[in-house]
Design a protein. Structure first.
Length: 188
């Protein structure tokens, strides 16, 4: 009897916790072209933090996609973190294939975070998220000549922590340029 009562109590607690988490996460509907946010530290500090966290997470844990997402979630304070986004990124490293012939996971993580930041919850114009993602794509193209995992790894000398750090940096730069209300000393 006590076993069943305990299970009911724990089940109710878990359901309330899940509902609370969903409610908190559901309150972020994303940012639009018209949105600008105040930031509490210099852009350069946020960008450096994104780079350093991405590099460190990949060095310690591996998983370029989730490490990129985690670094951006921690560094970009005006975008709430989402555990579901991190979880969804967990299988997308290494091009999400055993042979690395698909997109680099760090590039994919950047896209996931941009989509979370300014994507839509319904069908509509996705021009902003596409424009910002193209800016990250151009940085990958300039640096690595490709966004394909095998090509990026080869050009980076298999230094995935550096790739993740750069992807997080480039994504932070793009998002801050678009959304941060920055004083003259903070312009990128």
């Amino acid at each position: 009897m006590l076993h069943w009562a305990g299970m009911l109590i724990l089940g109710g607690f878990a359901a309330r916790t899940a509902q609370s988490e969903q409610k908190n996460e559901a309150t972020f509907a994303g940012l639009t072209e018209k949105d600008h946010v105040d930031i509490d530290k210099p852009c350069a500090d946020i960008i450096q933090m994104a780079y350093q966290l991405g590099h460190d997470y990949e060095s310690r844990h591996g998983g370029c996609c989730r490490c990129t997402v985690a670094a951006l979630q921690k560094a970009i304070g005006f975008v709430p973190g989402d555990r579901g986004l991190f979880r969804a990124a967990s299988c997308l490293d290494g091009g999400a294939t055993p042979n690395g012939i698909q997109n680099c996971g760090a590039f994919t993580g950047a896209g996931m975070f941009i989509g979370w930041t300014c994507g839509l919850e319904t069908f509509g114009n996705t021009g902003l998220s596409h424009r910002l993602m193209r800016e990250v794509f151009q940085r990958f193209q300039q640096e690595y000549g490709s966004v394909l995992c095998k090509d990026v790894r080869e050009r980076a000398g298999r230094d995935c922590p550096e790739v993740v750090g750069r992807a997080a940096r480039w994504t932070a730069e793009v998002l801050l340029r678009q959304f941060a209300k920055a004083g003259p000393e903070q312009h990128l």
